[in-house]
Design a protein around this ligand. Structure first.
Ligand code: NDP
Length: 492
């Protein structure tokens, strides 16, 4: 069994208590590595290291261009190490190797993009309306950023936080999910290799319910960037509020993929499948509700079932596997529970509906691609995030009804629209309450385009130009240029 250490202040260390936990391979269901189980003392040590690094000339004194150069170096190392990291991630969280290769090929772009922004963070000169003063602004980093990430796309979701946070000059304490710590620790080695000063990036591993509270509420943490479930996110938000910390929250979703009667049905079938069965539905942007116009409902369902039946389920490390395992055992139980809830609510099971036990699934935690028809918008299966390969098909009569159903959940992360009408596409893009709307495509993201949620799906944006602002604060500087001290008893 492989043993990992955490990264604190540039040193690879065990937890202060010496405690470890096992991490399992979801395909074999067996433990394969030991991970340090950090406690509050380790959090304090990591935050102190990040705070010291934030104040040290080796980081604070670097020019913005030099900071950008470090990020570019990291991006190059990441590109060189992509295959190895992809394999570790697949082993640890069961993501398809094909998807991991794609993610890791693209991931360096975030560091290049934000490296390019590092030395374009500029203040403004304000043409102030008072005589004898000069006023300008500075954009400054916040300090120590706590990054907390989930298990479903660990390196990618950390990248969305680390690249802008570091480009802006902050330092970071990153806690990956307990289910995906190994790839995070391997990733950490590259920061060291790229030449980041010790303490600029710290990675501590352990259980959210043991160290999460300290990570969020520590007085020297200036900001919390969190991706995870909305209930955990709410707790993080409440805790951060107590010490008036800004937060970025990327939370869950119940995204609608809307198929209109003028859509190309073959394309729409691929879009709906990609929305729910890619990554076994374990993505925040899962298109877990397919809203289908009644006029094409039966024809669409027939094509969808035919296509979904061909999905190759099995070993995520094989190049041609299309549906991999569920990452965690508790998540497997949760997905199977939701299938029972849907049946009990009266949804009609059209495909799947069980734990997959085919020979190629071994002892792994697999769920068959599952499709329910006849789902009504108010059912739990149509309202709550399952985070698994379970699709609800909801019929609709017209555009107004489609919008009402699509917007009728507490979430607002993403939506897909399948239509050939440009008028309808643009109207939908305006009226859907979602941070991302895809027209005739699904699941596209880029370092250049902002990503985040409406409503309970989150606060703030990651990626794109706006993301760097999440890691900066603006200072206003006033200088007297009159050479005369005005009446001290009157506000200038
Ligand atoms: P969780 O909310 O359970 O966990 C997310 C992270 O928070 C983990 O690192 C977890 O640690 C940590 N955590 C747990 N409890 C606390 C606490 N009290 N204080 C601080 N941190 C804590 O989510 P999952 O890992 O189960 O991931 C799945 C969820 O993430 C889904 O709901 C999904 O929608 C959402 N998600 C959202 C995305 C978005 O961008 N909007 C993207 C991807 C996923 P530990 O693992 O040790 O419990």
């Amino acid at each position: 069994m492989q043993s990992y250490r955490m990264l604190i202040a540039g040193e690879w260390v065990e937890a202060a208590s010496g405690a470890v936990f096992e991490t399992e391979n979801p395909f074999t269901g067996k433990p394969w590595a030991l991970i340090p189980r950090a406690g509050v003392a380790d959090v304090d040590k990591a935050v102190a290291a990040a705070q010291a690094a934030f104040r040290a000339p080796s980081w604070r004194g670097l020019s913005a261009s030099a900071r950008g150069a470090l990020l570019r170096k990291f991006a190059d190392l990441l590109a060189e190490d992509a295959e190895r990291l992809a394999r570790i991630e697949t082993q640890d969280n069961g993501k398809l190797i094909a998807e991991m290769r794609g993610q890791l090929r693209y991931m360096p772009q975030w560091y290049h993009y934000f490296a390019g922004l590092a030395d374009k963070i500029e203040g403004r000169v304000i043409p102030i309306d008072k005589p004898g003063v000069f006023n300008f602004t500075r954009e400054e980093p916040l300090g120590v950023v706590t990054a907390i990430t989930p298990w479903n796309s660990p390196l990618m979701l950390a990248t969305w936080k680390l690249a802008p946070a570091l480009a802006a000059g902050n330092t970071v304490v990153w806690k990956p999910s307990e289910y995906s710590s190994a790839s995070a620790l391997e990733f950490g080695k590259l920061f060291e290799k790229a030449g980041f000063p010790p303490g600029v990036v710290n990675i501590i591993t352990g259980f959210g319910n043991e160290i999460g509270e300290r990570l969020v509420s520590h007085p020297d943490v200036a900001k919390v960037a969190f991706t995870g479930g909305d209930r955990t996110g709410q707790g993080v938000y409440e805790l951060a509020a107590r010490s008036i910390k800004p937060v970025t929250l990327e939370l869950g979703g119940k995204s609608a993929n809307i198929v209109f009667d003028d859509a190309d049905l073959d394309d729409a079938v691929k879009g709906v499948v990609s929305g729910i069965f890619a990554a076994s539905g374990q993505t925040c942007i899962a298109g877990s509700r397919a809203l289908v116009h009644r006029a094409i409902h039966d024809a669409f369902v027939e094509k969808l079932l035919a296509f979904a039946r061909t999905a190759r389920i099995g070993d995520p490390a094989q190049d041609d596997t299309q549906v991999g395992p569920i990452t965690t055992k508790p998540q497997l139980a949760k997905v199977l529970d939701y299938i029972e809830i849907a049946k009990a609510e009266g949804a009609e099971l059209a495909l799947g509906g069980k734990r997959a036990v085919a020979a190629q699934c071994g002892e792994g935690w697999f769920v068959e691609p599952t499709i329910f028809t006849g789902v009504r918008p108010g059912m739990r299966i149509a309202q709550e995030e399952v985070f698994g390969p379970v699709l609800s098909i909801i019929p609709f009569e017209d555009d107004e009804e489609a919008i009402a159903i699509a917007n009728g959940t507490i979430y607002g992360l993403a939506a897909g629209v399948w239509t050939k009408s440009i008028n309808r596409a643009l109207t939908m893009s305006q009226r859907l309450e979602a941070g991302t709307v895809w027209i005739n495509t699904y699941r596209a993201t880029s370092y250049m385009s902002p990503f985040g949620g409406y409503k309970r799906s989150g606060i703030g944006r990651e990626s794109g130009l706006t993301a760097i602002r999440e890691y900066l604060q603006e200072k206003s500087v006033w200088i007297d240029i009159s050479g005369q001290v005005p009446n001290p008893f009157v506000q200038r």
